[in-house]
Design a binder for this molecule. Sequence first.
Ligand code: SF4
Ligand code: SF4
Length: 386
Amino acid sequence: MSGNTVSESLRGLLEWAREYAEEARRLCARCHLCTAACVSYHALRSPLYTPARRIEAAAKVLRGEPIGDKDLEVLYTCTMCGACTALCPYGIEVWRLVHAARAKLSLEGKQPPSLQAIAENMLRGGHSFTPSPEQPRRVLVGAARKAGVEPDSPGRLLYVPSPFETTLYPDVLEASLRALRSAGLEPTVTTKVLDFGGNAAFDASRPDAAVSALEKLRGVLNELGAEVVVLSGCGADHKLAAYAEKLGLPGLGVKTVSLYEAVHGRLEAPGAQLLFPSCGFARFEAHVCPLLRSMARDASVPRDKPPYTMCCGGGGGLNYLREKPLAELRNKIVAWRARKLAAQADSIVTPCIKCYTVIRHGLLLARLVGRVKVVHMSKLLVQSSY
Ligand code: SF4
Ligand code: SF4
């Protein structure tokens, strides 16, 4: 992409990040308090993969200095989970610097092609995982009808699925819609917006690719008479909802809530042995989702490093990487994470569909499949409402 086609949202992000990177370098005391929270550091056990090293690598990219393969590794093994910020005495937002540096690399054609494809799919057809949205559209219609929801019918509550639900997990999509209906809410869905855009905006570091989805969504809200957007349990979409304004993306003009916030107080909070909250719900929401908070009173929650747990290992698009050595490094991270979780429980519940995918992948790599069960929260909500 040439400089003159860079959208306003990207231009603003890069300008902010250049200044913030210099401030972060001045502030950072190299105390490494943050390192304790960093999943990629713990899994890869090298001073290369610390948050402080990521500030340096991001600053280099944002200043336009030449970078090497190791700098790319440092940036693309960051899960952009924000756990380090929670422990940093200065609150340095390392993940936002990594995000901006990766956005710049994407514009320069230096982003791994597997992540670039997410943004290109989104720009082309409005679905991060496929270049053509025909099949996901069919999946949406089938799952919605099974749940008793007629697609494109008018309604006050518009449910926007994650791209995982219209590809890998139509059962979770059906369960999410059933959960809303069991709570006495009547959601609608639309075949015109299949993806909120969080995966493209954050994992592929291309907020500009989310603009078309948000603009389309605004038009559909008017058509259907929808007043509330209900987001699925995708951490990336929640991150986008929380950060759209800071990124200069178009507002929707309506309330955006998570599925779990919508059903809170209407459905009984289900029990869980180990609740894995995900960064999308525990760090990037203005407040922790109330349903998760009430579940956490009875369940155990992995608190590797207070106040928050570490990442599942798949944030920041790590789960989409296909290129070596990044995919191999990712495998080490998710397998390490799964082993840590498996040591704490034999049943893990998560609200985030990405954590659900990544923890299962990690268990497979760690040869722990069958020993630990991973349950998506929408399915648990539906089971416990009968
Ligand atoms: S955002 Fe997460 S993965 Fe990245 S440096 Fe911070 S703790 Fe580590
Ligand atoms: S905790 Fe903050 S100041 Fe200390 S090394 Fe990490 S980013 Fe730097």
